[in-house]
Design a protein around this ligand. Structure first.
Ligand SMILES: Nc1nc2c(c(=O)[nH]1)N[C@H]1C(S)=C(S)[C@@H](COP(=O)(O)O)O[C@H]1N2
Ligand SMILES: [Mo]
Length: 326
């Protein structure tokens, strides 16, 4: 596999290039026109990438078509390598060892997956995954990702804004938060046989955060369906918040009136707040949040307020004490 950390900015927009540089060169003109038009990913992508064998996404809309650096949909930093994104994971349902998650989740079967969207909405509904994915074509969104532990990545996700799903079910005026729940199934998720966290993993957002265009319901990365270790088949991505808000393998979305409970806040309330906005000035009780280690790079870099998305999301927190509401 090519090393995406070394490829040019232009290539970053084309998932075909990510996977097989040699094949790209061999296919010559066809590939060049695929870059230009955003077509033909299917033909160009090999069917597997190392040990990861998820399918290429059809109808992927590339950033050039939909996004700008200004709206935050496209980070200018080169993406972290596919190998690192898929082999350095936090997913406690499978393992607490980041480098063991890939193998521990490799056989996770998402056949027949359904997502219930309910609570304070006009049109509650249980979606088959395919129907949910059809709501809007997947767009590539290249987001920075900052884990509360002090490391970071840049991930070319694919998905659509959660707001599109919420608009479809029509939240009632009384809905003020969105609660999310991951699958509970200790048979398929061996980490749930231990009590390291309260299962199922739960998360939540304020409704205005959930409606923000950056808030992504992700079904893929690097132009392919999400690998199990990254939250197959569907996970949340809120790039201005610490990574633990990005709940994986979602089965329930519920519109509610009160602030929902969240797994890490429950596990250690003094360490992990409900908001979890990335903030270099609000340290974790046990370590500084001023800098971060980008995975696959040498040397730490400064962490930015709202992970560099202040221009897009700062208004959501006008008047909020970010230290008290960490
Ligand atoms: N269900 C579930 N979702 C989860 C987690 C988890 O353990 N279980 N870990 C979170 C944390 S701490 C991070 S940093 C990100 C990691 O996502 P990645 O492995 O795709 O990089 O997933 C988040 N979502
Ligand atoms: Mo994390």
């Amino acid at each position: 596999m090519s090393d995406p950390n070394k490829i040019s900015e232009r290539e970053v927009t084309d998932p075909a290039v990510y996977f097989n540089r040699r094949q790209f060169l061999q296919t010559g003109l066809l590939a060049a026109s695929a870059v230009a038009t955003g077509l033909a990913y299917r033909q160009l992508n090999p069917t597997s990438t190392g040990s990861v064998t998820t399918a290429p996404l059809a109808h992927l809309v590339t950033p050039a078509a939909t996004t700008t650096v200004d709206n935050g949909f496209r980070a200018t930093e080169p993406p972290t390598s596919f190998a690192n994104i898929t082999h350095y994971n936090n997913f406690y349902e499978f393992s607490t060892d980041k480098e063991a998650v890939a193998a521990a989740s490799a056989k996770f079967d998402t056949k027949g997956w359904q997502v219930s969207v309910a609570g304070l909405v006009n049109h509650p509904r249980v979606f088959d995954l395919d129907d949910l994915l059809k709501i809007s074509p997947p767009e590539e969104r290249i987001y920075r990702m900052r884990c509360v532990e002090g490391w970071s990545m840049v991930v070319p996700w694919a998905g659509y804004s959660l707001s599109k799903l919420l608009a479809l079910v029509e939240p009632l005026g009384s809905a003020r938060y969105v609660a999310f729940e991951s699958l509970l199934d200790p048979q398929r998720m061996p980490g749930q046989r231990g009590e390291v966290l309260n299962w199922p993993y739960v998360e939540g957002l304020r409704l205005d955060e959930a409606m923000h265009p950056l808030t992504l319901l992700a079904s893929g990365l690097y132009g392919r369906a999400l690998p199990p270790q990254d939250g197959a088949p569907l996970r949340l991505v809120t790039p201005w918040k610490y990574g633990f808000k990005g709940i994986k393998s979602i089965v329930k979305i519920k519109l509610v009136a009160e602030q929902p409970r969240t797994t890490w806040n429950e596990a250690a309330p003094n360490e992990y707040g409900f908001y979890a906005n990335v903030n270099p000035e609000v340290d974790h009780p046990r370590w500084s949040q001023a800098t971060e280690q980008p995975i696959g790079k040498s040397g730490r870099q400064p962490t930015l307020l709202f992970n560099g998305y202040a221009a897009q999301v700062g208004h959501l927190y006008a008047g909020l004490d970010l230290r008290a509401n960490f």
